[in-house]
Design a binder for this molecule. Structure first.
Ligand code: UDP
Length: 331
């Protein structure tokens, strides 16, 4: 009998990491989750603990990684990923994208594993090309507040490519655009949990800037499918995965007010420094190479996400950190 494929997923207890664990468990892999739980939560993966083909290491991937046994794949998804998080812990953000990926790549080389890294649309910075194709090199301020995340991710891509080119390692790079779904943290500062949390608590929705900046939101199941296909493809260059359905943040606030059936007002705050004015993925490559495109509409995806947030306890919903913008650097 063929042995089960073994996959290491870093950032396993996070929003995306936990959904990836679920997917690979469903595909009958042996999943080794790793997380230091700075921003991840065990609650996201506790349903997997009883399974014999799941194990978990509470470990910081910026430190030397030891995993006994064979490994076929490594997914590097450990990283703070929302502006509030990476502004709170900037040095860890830089370390997990640099030392962390170096450890993952070294481990992959020893084990003969294929590595897929989570990169981001943030590598395009505040883009001057719209929509963003993979060939665009970006417009990033390395010393701005987002630099700790953007440059860590850019370095991570460079390091991954170097291992591919110079060591012949099998590598894949996914550039993830804004993604949403169940298990997002209510207090991670991202726009969707911020707005839904505010509506559920009866607070005003906080729009940063005048709300004319755009984003394009992808439902998590679509993203996971794209990543699954990319991992099993033979394509080593970066691939955008995201939903091109673009919307302004102002319109998005209106949609959330409608979705939650509340009559909350919106209030305007200063726009954070270097906040991208527009973002929309060009997904031609994903379509051609992976035969992938998103299937879940925003209205469907938002409904599923809202149901998740409604299932949270009152205590979680009212956690005092939700509206703490103290660490958010604004003009
Ligand atoms: N945003 C907002 N109100 C909030 C949180 C975020 O208007 O309470 C804005 C934010 O300034 C940005 C957009 O929503 O323009 C998306 O922010 P998010 O942090 O979700 O992701 P990113 O900026 O990384 O795309």
């Amino acid at each position: 009998m063929e042995r089960r494929k073994r996959i290491l997923i870093t950032g396993a207890a996070g929003f995306l990491g936990s959904h990836l664990c679920d997917r690979f468990i469903k595909e009958n892999y042996h999943v080794i989750g790793m997380d230091n739980l700075i921003t991840g939560r065990l609650k996201n993966i506790e349903h997997l603990f009883k399974l014999e083909n799941f194990e978990f290491y509470n470990h910081d991937v910026s430190k030397y990684i030891h995993v006994p046994g064979e490994l076929d794949y490594i997914l590097h998804f450990a990283s703070p990923a929302s502006p509030i998080d990476y502004l709170k812990i900037p040095i860890q953000t830089l370390k997990v994208g640099s030392l962390g990926i170096h450890n993952c790549l070294g481990l992959a080389k020893v084990k003969g594993a294929r590595v897929l890294i989570a990169s981001t649309s943030e590598v395009y910075g505040d883009p001057t090309v719209h929509p963003q194709p993979e060939e665009y090199w970006g417009n990033v301020n390395p010393v701005g507040p987002r630099g700790v995340y953007d440059e860590a991710k850019r370095f991570q891509e460079a390091m991954t490519m170097a291992y591919h080119t110079y060591h012949g390692l099998e590598t894949r790079i996914v550039r993830i655009f804004n993604t949403y779904g169940p298990r997002m943290r209510l207090n991670d500062g991202r726009v969707l949990p911020a707005f839904i949390g505010q509506a559920l608590r009866g607070e005003d929705l906080t729009i940063f800037g005048d709300g004319s900046q755009t984003r394009s939101f992808c439902y998590v199941d679509d993203l996971v499918e794209g990543i699954y296909r990319l991992l099993h493809s033979d394509y080593a260059e970066p691939v955008n995965i995201g939903n091109p359905d673009e919307i302004t943040i102002g319109q998005f606030a209106e949609e959330i007010i409608k979705l939650t059936n509340t009559d909350q007002k919106v209030v305007y705050h200063d726009l954070p420094i270097n906040d991208p004015k527009q973002r929309q993925p060009n997904i031609t490559k994903a379509k051609e190479i992976l035969g992938w495109e998103p299937k879940v509409s925003r209205s469907e995806g938002l409904k599923l996400t809202y149901e998740y947030f409604c299932s949270l306890s009152e205590e979680e919903l009212r956690h005092k950190e939700h509206n703490n913008f103290d660490n958010y650097i604004v003009k």
